[in-house]
Structures are given as C-alpha cells and as structure tokens.
Design a protein around this ligand. Structure first.
Ligand SMILES: Cc1ncc(COP(=O)(O)O)c(C=O)c1O
Length: 473
C-alpha cells in the first residue's frame, strides 16, 4: 500500500528533523535549502524523492535556462572551422577545457582535458590505446564499474596479465595487503596499468588516493575512475597525480548528458597509441600516399565533432560547485548518509531480527553518499530487490536495484564465489540475468542502492526509512 501522507505532514517528521539537525550540524546550509526550494523545487512539486545521484545528478532549473538563453542569443558553428561563428564556439570549448583543469586543480602544463561522450568513452580511449603487451599487467580492483572491467578485453587480447585485487567483506574495502603485494610484483619492460575507482559506485567506499603515488613510484601507470567521486568531492590533481582520470559531467550536476572527460597527464598521453584516426584528430592525412599524423595533445583523442553546444553548460555546471558549494554538498550528503545508516541498522522485525543488511561501511567514515543493501524477512530470507523497487516506485521514490554495473563488488557483497559462478556458467550457453538468478540458491542476485547528492534533503532520507519500515513483520 503506498503511503498516502506527504513526508513533511507525517506526525513523526518534525521531531525526527529536530533530532537530526541537532545531531548533524554539518547539514545546515541556507544556500542549499534555497536551491532546493527554487532550482530543484520541481522535486517537491511533483512529489519525487530522488535517491539515485550515483546514477545521475539532478539538474538545476536555472542551469538549463541559462544554457538555453545562451544558445538562443548566440550563433555557434562547428569548432573545426575558422569562420566567426566557429571561432566563437572554439573560444567556449577552450574555456570549458580550462575550467575543468581549474576545477580539479590540474596544472595545464602537466594535464590535458579530453572531451568524451561519458566516463565509459574516456575509459575506452585508454583501453584501446594503452600499450598492453606480453609481460605487462592490467591490475584492477574487484570494485570497479563494468566500463573499467571491460578494459581487460584489450589487455588480455594483447597478451598482458589481468590481475584483480579482492575486497574484504563486510566493509568492502580493498585488501590492502593483496594490493601492496600486487603493486610490488617484479616488473618487466612491458608497461603496467593499475585502475580503481576513487569512490565505489556499489558500496560508496572511498578507496584511498594514497595508492596513486604508491603505484606510480613502482612504475605503474594509474587510472583513477572518478565518476562516482567527483560529484561530491574535490579531486585535487595538485596533490595526487594519477596518469588518467575519467568522469561524466551529468553525474556532477545533472546537465548536460553526453559529455565526459579524460584528464590525462601529458607525459602519459604520449605512451598511448591510437588504433585509428578520425576527423578532428589529425594534423594531416593523405589518401594517395597513405599517411596520417595526429594532432598533439587532447585533439588527437577527440574523434569527430564534439558535443560542442553542450560544453558551455559544463563550464557553468563547474561554476555552480565553486566557492565552497561542493564542500557544503559533501557535508550535507554525509550527514544524510550517517543518519540513514543509523536508522537502517535500527530497523528490526518483531522477532528482533534485523530488516536491513548493508553492504559496505556501517558508519559515515571514509565513504561517500551511496548505500547498498538488501532487506531480509522475519525468517531471514532475502526479500527480492525488485519487490523493494516496486514498492519504492509506488511512492515515487527513485532508487536503483541490481548490481549497478559493478559485478565484482556485488559478488563480494553477496558471497558469490568464482566456483559457484563457473558451475552456473557451465550449464548455460548464454548467460542472462534471469538465468543467473536461477543459479543462486536464495542468496539474492543484486541489491538496492540509494545515493544522496546535490539537492538531497532530510525529507528524502526520511521517506526512504518510512518506506523500508513498511517491510517489517
Ligand atoms: C564509478 C563509475 N565509473 C564509470 C561509470 C560509467 O559512467 P558512464 O555511464 O557515464 O559512462 C559509472 C556510472 O555509473 C560509475 O559509477
């Protein structure tokens, strides 16, 4: 039964809110409250409880309006030409590029910003161009998005070893001993790439950025996937210097979609070998005498025409996170995450059994604002995450279910072993998610994820806890 009472009219809400703000003073932000009422006011007007910021941010109304006003006012041409409208666009493109480097405190003498369609596009640029070779290694953590896992296809095809570093349940942090050991492995002449996420898109764990220097000191190239981290954290490329950083801007501020970036150290970029060339990437190409020379720097990696009209909105989005706004969002997100974790732990069935099993850290330390969990019935059996989603949908609560494109963390969380998977795969020519569910005996095949972000408020967290309380028996 959908809960008919709007959250703020719930009799328990005022006291819960008063307790919350007393316990979490970091939540207070008049600026964020004003934004929620104005720029994000449509959430409350529509009765939407948005809890999928790791999936995608919510765009501010004025962000979209300002961008449309710019487009309506100006005339922009394809930046590949040299006419006035093209030059006007080129100026905006380069300005957006500079703004990205400034936002991440990246020295333009050391880093370039390459525009891509999304984080996956940035990852694929590295994947297809990295000099994987026999004797080399692609080292990655169990906790990675599939767009990082997919790099192993290029590494394996070119004869490099693919090595995974495990996670330690229940917190799902990296096994530091195993990672230290893997990084210390003797090297050959072939290059080695280490990839990991700054923040897990499954458990919200913040994996230490200190691994970057440690790996680079041992001769590894380091790819830091910042897609889930960048929306609520400052990534300071003046103090940590991964060779490659990947991200999507819609996750940072909801708009525009279709633009991501690969931030690359110029020196690391010279090691990449592009497998082809395309319009926009070449300084020169000939057909009669086949030869091509790529541009130097970012342009060599930007295939065809950029999503150029969207780029001024990227720069505007970054401005919205400046002047302490991102830190205020982070503080708010962590207050909501801490409160929610506490409430989830307290939810019990009448027989005393816990309702919620959280996968990942149980407190707000060294983690971000994503919480993955499953519900268990009074008999201890897992409640199918699809049922949780169905009931959430009934209350206009947007959360995420499944394995969130992060199968390694999911398998570690749910205790699904490689042997179990292998015997399951052996009975299926083609694996589907339904066939996979059939193989797992009562373990659950995925989880529920809620994630907080820019426009989140206490009312959103309260709505979630109220929904879950309805599963108690
Ligand atoms: C950690 C992480 N990496 C990479 C991606 C891929 O991003 P995109 O789908 O924008 O390419 C995601 C998306 O959820 C993510 O959370």
């Amino acid at each position: 039964m959908p809960n008919p009472t709007p959250v703020r009219d719930d009799p328990a809400y005022p006291e819960a809110y008063a307790d919350f703000v007393r316990e979490h003073p970091g939540y207070a932000s008049a600026a964020l409250d004003a934004e929620r009422a104005g720029d994000f006011g449509r959430l409350d007007r529509r009765g939407d409880v948005y809890l999928d910021y790791t999936g995608g941010g919510v765009y501010a109304e004025s962000h979209v309006r300002d961008h449309l006003a710019l487009l309506v006012d100006q005339v922009f041409g394809n930046p590949h030409s040299s006419n006035p409208t093209s030059l006007a666009m080129t100026e905006r493109v380069e300005s957006a590029r500079r703004a990205i480097l400034t936002h991440f405190r990246a020295d333009p003498d050391e880093y370039v910003a390459i525009f891509t369609p999304n984080a996956s596009g940035a990852l694929k640029l590295v994947a297809e161009s990295y000099p994987f070779a026999p004797g080399g290694t692609f080292l990655l953590t169990y906790d990675n998005h599939n767009s990082v896992n997919g790099i192993r296809e290029f590494a394996g095809a070119r004869g490099a070893a693919v090595v995974y570093v495990p996670l330690r349940p229940p917190e799902l942090r990296l096994d530091a001993d195993a990672l230290g050991h893997a990084l210390d492995a003797p090297r050959s002449d072939a290059r080695r790439l280490f990839a990991y996420p700054a923040q897990s898109n499954f458990s919200g764990v913040l994996h230490p950025l200190a691994w970057i220097d440690r790996a680079r000191e041992r001769g590894w190239d380091v790819l830091l996937d910042a897609a889930a981290f960048a929306p609520t954290h400052a990534l300071d490329l003046a103090s940590v210097r991964p060779d490659f950083v990947t991200l999507s801007f819609y996750k940072m501020f909801g708009y525009p979609t279709g633009v991501g970036a690969l931030l690359a150290r110029r020196e690391a970029l010279t090691r990449l070998r592009r497998p082809w060339f395309a319009g926009g990437t070449i300084a020169y190409a000939s057909v009669s005498a086949p030869r091509h020379d790529l541009h130097e720097g970012a342009e060599a990696f930007e295939d065809g025409t950029l999503n150029y009209l969207a780029l001024p909105a990227v720069e505007a989005g970054l401005r919205r996170l400046a002047n302490g706004r991102q830190a205020a969002i982070d503080a708010r997100v962590m207050a909501l995450t801490g409160w929610t974790l506490g409430r989830l732990a307290a939810l019990r069935h009448d027989n005393g059994r816990p309702l919620v099993q959280v996968y990942g850290p149980l407190d707000a330390v060294a983690r971000g604002g994503a919480i993955a969990f499953n519900l268990h019935g009074a008999d201890g059996a897992v409640i199918d995450h699809r049922e949780v989603e169905r009931r959430a949908n009934g209350e206009r609560i947007s959360l995420r279910t499944g394995c969130f494109c992060n199968p390694g963390a999911g398998e570690a969380a749910l205790g699904i072993s490689g042997d179990e998977l292998a015997s399951c795969f052996a009975t299926h020519d083609r694996m589907t998610i339904d066939a996979f569910r059939g193989c797992l005996d009562g373990k659950g095949s995925g989880a529920v994820r809620v994630s907080f972000g820019h426009a989140s408020t206490f009312a959103d967290a309260f709505a979630l806890v109220r929904l879950l309380r309805g599963f108690r028996a």
